[in-house]
Design a protein around this ligand. Structure first.
Ligand SMILES: *Cc1c(COP(=O)(O)O)cnc(C)c1O
Length: 409
């Protein structure tokens, strides 16, 4: 008799985006023909840049001729792309070997899968609020007890509270944690950890032989050059940190699909020598994964050329100008808003002590703007609200204008 993986039953209902959809549909039913502005999506909207388009087209051309056709490639990714990424890190004084880099079809899968090379009895710590993949993948792997609806937490997990009082960057846990997920620049709060803040986590991890899983998907949105864009800019991180990144938010590859992870050979855990964890991830990837699309990889290579990098920077500037438009509008109203400076997300304190969902309803009804309730990212997100800078400029401006004109405070 086949049985399901019982841990799936522990997952709290994937409630956030379906519930947003339900409330939007109800609003549209009651208000037919009224335009709803979406400021909630974490998805890119602007087209691929010319250099990337050229790279993708060239790759398709190569596949069209017998002399240049290629089938399966190296599971770890094309060497040329891994070398280009190693140079990309080199340009910010991070020294990595091309074979410490693993190409994937995106950061979400890597963020979900990386836990599989660690033992089930590891104690896991998460930022709260956080991108839901980290918690959910560890629930499915059986590292938690059951979900408690009252507190919004899973038994056995360590939640590192991120609130205004700590600038949304937590201190390392007081208790012992073995795996620690950090996302900086952060989705959803838009907060970025400083070098000193990351150094504390790296020191903690080295003392406790813990592993930091560092999600750097928004690294290229950092405009303040004093802030670290890679955890390997911090001393000792190569001994204790895995870094996950993606071309999605960096170069608009959300639909193309391409990412990478770094598992340094120097990384050590309790029962291993340097190199062993690296080998395990290689083993995991070569067993479960057959490599990213060769077309996407050539697009990624094009994104890393000088022209590609300059064009991506332009794309990011565009989104960050959107973020500035949103910030200015909210400031005009006297609202308290965080993020949106080195990250494409703005994290708004719901006014008047409203809950995240009450503010969602208010914003929708009064201004027809849809955002994302902060409580959907974890219990410490309650009372906050996420707005996204992804969108066409005219749509962003129309949404902000509607908030400024119509929100009743
Ligand atoms: C968007 C996002 C990713 C990127 O995922 P892909 O699978 O590469 O598209 C990873 N982490 C966070 C926190 C994100 O918001």
């Amino acid at each position: 008799m086949a049985r399901i993986n019982e841990h799936y039953k522990k997952l709290s209902a994937g409630y956030l985006f379906p519930e947003i959809g339900r409330r939007m549909a109800a609003f549209q039913k009651d208000n037919p023909g009224v335009k709803v502005h979406r400021l909630g999506i974490g998805n890119t909207t602007e087209p691929l840049t010319p250099a990337v388009v050229e790279g993708l087209k060239e790759a398709v051309e190569k596949l069209s001729k017998p002399e240049t056709y290629t089938g399966y490639g190296d599971e770890q990714g094309e060497e040329e792309l891994r070398l280009a990424l190693a140079r990309f890190y080199g340009s910010r004084s991070v020294k990595l070997d091309a074979d410490e880099i693993f190409i994937s079809d995106g950061a979400k899968a890597d963020a979900a899968n990386i836990q599989s090379i660690f033992g089930r009895d590891n104690r896991v710590a998460f930022q709260d609020p956080a991108y839901p993949v980290y918690v959910d993948s560890n629930v499915i792997a059986g590292r938690s007890g059951s979900f408690d609806g009252g507190s919004g937490t899973y038994a056995g997990f360590l939640y590192m509270t991120c609130v205004a009082e700590n600038g949304f960057i937590p201190e390392p846990p007081q208790e012992k944690a073995d795996l620690i997920y950090i996302c900086s620049p952060n989705n959803p709060t838009g907060a970025v950890a400083t070098r000193e803040e990351l150094q504390k986590f790296v020191d903690y991890a080295r003392e406790n032989k813990a592993v930091i899983i560092f999600d750097a998907a928004y690294s290229e949105y950092i405009t303040d050059s004093s802030l670290p864009r890679s955890i390997y800019e911090v001393d000792g991180a190569e001994e204790c940190a895995v870094e996950i990144n993606s071309f999605s938010k960096f170069a608009g590859f959300t639909g193309v699909r391409l990412g990478w992870s770094v598992v340094p050979k120097a990384l050590v855990v309790e029962d291993s020598e340097p190199g062993e964890v690296h080998k395990l991830w290689f083993r995991r990837q070569t067993t479960f994964f057959n490599g990213a699309s060769n077309i996407a990889q050539q697009g990624g290579l094009a994104a890393l050329t000088d022209a590609g990098l300059a064009e991506s920077a332009g794309l990011i500037d565009y989104y960050m100008e959107n973020a500035a438009v949103i910030r200015e509008g909210l400031h005009q109203l006297g609202l308290t808003v965080y993020g949106g400076v080195n990250a494409p997300y703005l994290w708004l304190k719901a006014p008047g002590g409203l809950s995240s969902w009450d503010f969602f309803d208010k914003l929708l009804n009064e201004t027809q703007v849809v955002g994302t309730p902060g409580s959907g990212f974890g219990p410490s997100g309650e009372g906050y609200f996420r707005l996204s800078a992804f969108g066409h400029r005219e749509d962003i401006e129309a949404a902000v204008q509607s908030i400024v004109n119509n929100l009743k405070l």
